[in-house]
Design a protein around this ligand. Structure first.
Ligand SMILES: [Mn+2]
Length: 326
């Protein structure tokens, strides 16, 4: 069941029950939590918006032009609905989400979590690490913000702090933590010092522009796969420029284009052993023409299509004329 509004699944894929998980390759979970938002709330409506933002039939099929797969058919993809999350009960809500993600990972499927504010990355990646082992999962994190704050308004819980909690708990290694797209005026120097001390590799937008996104990704992938068994991919839509992703609580000008993010997500999921994904910070109250919801929907589809193509096993080369000889 979805927590807010009518219950429907991601683009019409079969629904499933977390208590009796089917044989699945991917299980989608909604995490309608915005209790950790420091500024403008509204991401509790993100999961519903992401599930339905598409102009095609909600028929559980999306053949990808570029990847030559129909991820929603080629993979066994189910939607378990929303985890019940109530903002004032943050501890219980986040624990429920962690348990749900763990259940999916324990069943051998990849959890794909629709946020929600970025607080949820803490339980999301912890749930996967509980299955695969603390320190065995690396993180590739797209975001305008590092999300490595210590506390906010005195709270350890919040959407500016999840990455700090993940490293402090030992769930993830700081030196296998790759951040792409940071920019602007936060965090402050003490937090940057903490990040450097933990060995994070954070690609600020200026470096990405100067070197090119592809070169930065190739370098990041080498770190992410060193001594780790799987990669968690966390995508904050605010990594994209507010002009292409206005529906988010803390917009920061000067980000990636939506095209760059989709290509980057595709590369991550085709080239890396992805064990979990979350797509966060879609805030429909600030969206216009569903621009951000449409983008997040396609981020999910791009991830699934690339996972499907990786599993098919035959090589994929984007420089080939992909539509010929079909
Ligand atoms: Mn974030």
């Amino acid at each position: 069941m979805n927590q807010f509004g009518p219950s429907f699944s991601f683009l019409g894929v079969p629904s499933c029950d977390l208590a009796a998980l089917p044989d699945a390759d991917v299980v989608i979970l909604g995490a309608p939590y915005d209790g950790g938002t420091s500024h403008r709330p509204g991401t509790r409506f993100g999961p519903q918006a992401i599930r339905q933002a598409c102009y095609l039939p909600q028929d559980g099929s999306r053949p990808s032009l570029a990847m030559g797969v129909d991820a929603l058919k080629d993979l066994r993809v189910f939607d378990a609905g929303d985890v019940e999350m109530y903002a004032p009960e943050s501890t219980a809500s986040l624990q429920r989400l962690e348990d749900a993600v763990f259940a999916v990972a324990d069943a051998g499927a990849i959890p794909v979590v629709l946020g929600g504010d970025h607080t949820i990355a803490w339980p999301d990646a912890t749930g996967v690490a509980r299955k695969l082992g603390y320190g065995r999962v690396s993180m590739v994190h797209f975001d305008a913000h590092a999300d490595t704050g210590d506390t906010e308004y005195g709270s350890l819980v919040g959407h500016g702090q999840p990455m700090r909690r993940l490293i402090e708990s030992g769930a993830l290694r700081g030196d296998r933590f790759l951040q792409l797209g940071l920019r602007g005026y936060w965090p402050e120097p003490q937090t940057l010092d903490w990040m450097a001390g933990q060995g994070l590799r954070s690609y600020e937008m200026t470096e990405i522009v100067a070197r090119g996104l592809d070169e930065c990704l190739t370098e990041a992938f080498a770190i992410a796969t060193d001594e780790c068994d799987g990669v968690f991919l966390s995508v904050d839509v605010d990594v994209v420029d507010p002009g292409m992703a206005p529906g988010t609580g803390t917009p920061e000008p000067g980000g990636l284009t939506s095209r760059q993010l989709l290509d980057a997500v595709r590369r991550c999921c085709y080239e890396l052993p992805i064990v979990g994904v979350d797509v966060v910070e879609v805030a429909p109250p600030y969206d216009h023409a569903e621009i951000t919801a449409f983008l997040a929907n396609r981020v999910v589809l791009e991830a699934l299509s690339a996972i499907a193509r990786r599993r098919r096993g035959d090589p994929w080369d984007p420089r080939r004329p992909l539509l010929q000889g079909r």
